[in-house]
Design a protein around this ligand. Structure first.
Ligand code: UDX
Length: 433
């Protein structure tokens, strides 16, 4: 099939590269000239494992191309995916101006039937708005369909998630649209849920909210464990083995981040509010997430006593491993708070330091984890990169001013830390003194 992808962020670029790898011809559009120029040269604007290789391979086989001209994509494609950004406005609403502009533009260039699919996470009824916008701007009365096909990929494992989904959700209004989307996903073994557009939109919001709720739930329990000296990792294992609950997304930590959960949660709460439904539970999920960062900060403060001029090393800046994305990363909030209290932070992250420099100006950046630990009164773990799991702790201990590790991701075993002689404070587990 000929596929147009509008927006080359995480979702757009991964969708484009994966559909191309399945044998489709894909044309990706973005209005950011710099981004498109980078992509044309084979450089990725984001770090995502395997993406660059996949794009390059498909470019070589003439299955993927990049342009700033939406007209070109509309002309060449049968199916057009809208994958543009839907950031949060100050009042919590999703800003859908990019979706509207794209819909107008698509309508202006359509000369035969097209299927327009929303893949960005959007409030319920956006599909209907897109349809109305296209209808209002279309010329020559050409036929078209609008569909919703939400994407559930995670950053850091985007390609794998896209190609191996648990389910494919298709929200359609016509048999024609259903047939096209089913054809597009025919090589996938996952079940396909076919529904109306509104239900598909809600599935996406409800899924993200549910997952965020799982994390806030385990984080709240971690605070109880902390108070009574229980072990949250064991508690999570004990809960998760119940098949009705499941063990995924029960990892405690210093809060969740990223561009999806915090933003989508706020948007869903706001959508519900407008519909007259008070999502108290989801407001609690968001609040618990903010409190979780405070909970970890308090542990740091308790240990360091007077914060002014204390030097600490930080490992991890991205909102999770295997990405350079720092949007809504708990690490950034925590560092900003520590720095505002006079703490001197030396941070290391395998991928996210370049991005972090745009928001953390007073921070020093280390060349590796050992450099971050050198002279530090505490080593603070904020992202569980694999690289941090196998460090030379004897060396770290020698380099530090005080052998104190504060672990906001429960990366290390209590026994190991005891063996190495560290004072080790983690989340919801007994402290190693
Ligand atoms: C999420 C959804 O998983 C994905 O389906 C959706 O399409 C986009 O949003 P993503 O934001 O890439 O994906 O990352 P995810 O792996 O879900 O992690 C989100 C945040 O939750 C991270 O900050 C992570 O550290 C945190 N998290 C996740 C936990 O704290 N504990 C967990 O058990 C799982």
């Amino acid at each position: 099939m000929n596929i147009g992808i509008i927006g080359t962020g995480y979702v757009g670029l991964t969708t484009g590269a994966c559909f191309a790898s399945l044998g489709n011809r894909v044309i990706c559009v973005d209005n950011n000239v710099q981004k498109i120029n980078m992509l044309k040269k084979g450089h990725m604007p984001i770090y995502e494992p395997g993406l660059e290789e996949l794009v390059k391979q498909n470019e070589k086989e003439n299955r993927i191309e990049f342009t700033t001209r939406i007209s070109e994509a509309v002309k060449k494609s049968d199916v057009i995916f809208i994958c543009v950004n839907t950031p949060t406005k100050e009042n919590g609403d999703a800003d859908l101006s990019a979706v509207e502009t794209v819909a107008e533009s698509i309508a202006g260039h359509m000369n035969r039937y097209r299927l327009i699919v929303e893949k960005s996470t959007v409030p319920v009824e956006t599909g209907i708005r897109v349809k109305q916008t296209i209808q209002a701007n279309i010329r020559n009365n050409v036929a078209f369909d609008v569909a919703s096909n939400p994407e559930f990929l995670r950053e850091g494992s985007a390609i794998h998630d896209f190609l191996n989904p648990d389910r494919v959700v298709i929200g359609v209004e016509s048999r024609r649209a259903e047939k096209i989307l089913k054809e597009l996903y025919k090589s996938f073994s996952a079940p396909i849920v076919v529904t109306d557009i509104r239900s598909a939109e809600i599935i996406k919001h409800a899924s993200n909210s549910f997952l965020a709720a799982k994390i806030s739930f385990i984080n709240l329990i971690s605070r109880i464990c902390d108070k009574v000296g229980a072990d949250i990792n064991k508690v999570a294992e004990g809960i998760g083995l119940d098949k009705r609950i499941g063990s995924d997304f029960l990892r405690p930590g210093a809060g969740f981040g990223g561009f999806c959960f915090p933003k989508d949660l706020a948007a869903f709460i706001r959508i519900a509010e407008k519909l007259g439904v008070d999502m108290k539970m989801l407001r609690g999920v968001a609040q618990a997430n903010e409190e979780q960062k405070e909970f970890f900060l308090k542990k740091i403060e308790d240990q360091l006593w007077n914060l002014k001029n204390k030097q600490v090393g930080v490992l991890g800046l991205s909102f999770k491993p295997d990405t350079d994305d720092i949007r809504y990363a708990p690490a950034i909030d925590i560092i900003l708070r520590l720095e505002s209290e006079g703490v001197k932070v030396k941070a290391y992250d395998p991928q996210a330091m370049l991005n972090a420099r745009t928001v953390l100006n007073g921070t020093l950046y280390a060349k590796d984890p050992y450099d971050a630990a050198k002279g530090a009164e505490a080593l603070i773990i904020l992202t569980e990169w694999n690289e941090f799991k196998q460090l030379d702790f004897k060396r770290i201990k020698k380099l530090m001013k005080r052998p104190l590790i504060l672990d906001g991701r429960n990366v290390y075993s209590l026994e190991k830390m005891k063996e190495y002689g560290f004072q080790y404070i983690s989340i919801g587990r007994p402290a190693v003194a």
